[in-house]
Design a protein around this ligand. Structure first.
Ligand code: ZN
Length: 196
């Protein structure tokens, strides 16, 4: 199931091989940037349809995705399922909250969509927000699941691609040992002149 999507990710530069410094500070031979595979609207629509087909039959009545990465694919999944879409935003203190007139009511059944799930930190914040409104998170989907447990709290991750990508502490990184130039994703190799 993964192969054709994997090829699309590679073709669009959304899945890159090399030596990357992740935002966590760890080093990895693979970098995932879903924004690149959503750059072409027709790709985003196809991915949304493919994900929607896998949506578990749990009676979701709306779709929510966290900013920024989840919003495009969340919207496409909502479109494919014919459901309304809403998204939270971080306030000045960094807390996710509903703004722009978006609301949830007790009993609402929410399908949560992400681009990539790694540690599940953002996902847990979204689940907490939904439950705080008395609504129910009923399913969790992602374009890419690179989490260790393939679930967040009591929800399994339904993903188009499941990637088992190693991440090393810098002092134990075999790629550093091999002398491969380290890249900070989205920019040039950090070992050369930085443009900031
Ligand atoms: Zn390294």
């Amino acid at each position: 199931m993964n192969t054709s999507w994997n090829a699309l990710f590679v073709r669009r530069g959304a899945l890159q091989e090399g030596h990357f410094r992740l935002s966590s500070g760890r080093h990895s031979p693979t970098y995932v940037q879903c924004a690149k595979v959503l750059e072409q609207p027709e790709d985003a629509e196809r991915l949304g349809k493919a994900l929607a087909v896998q949506a578990p039959d749990v009676g979701a009545d709306r779709v929510m995705a966290p900013p920024m990465g989840g919003i495009l694919i969340g919207y496409e999944v909502a479109r494919a399922l014919g459901l309304p879409f809403l998204f939270p935003e971080r306030d000045d203190t960094g807390i996710l909250s509903l703004r722009r007139g978006f609301t949830l009511s007790p009993g609402d059944r929410v399908l949560v969509v992400e681009d990539v799930i790694t540690t599940g930190k953002t996902t847990r914040e979204v689940l907490e927000l939904i439950r705080a409104q008395g609504a129910l998170p009923v399913a969790l989907m992602a374009l890419v699941d690179r989490s260790a447990e393939h679930r967040v709290e009591d929800l399994s991750v339904h993903a188009l691609m499941r990637l088992d990508i190693p991440a090393y502490a810098p002092e134990h990184c075999p790629l550093c040992v091999q002398g491969i130039a380290l890249t900070k994703p989205g920019s040039r190799p950090v070992s050369t002149h930085s443009r900031g």
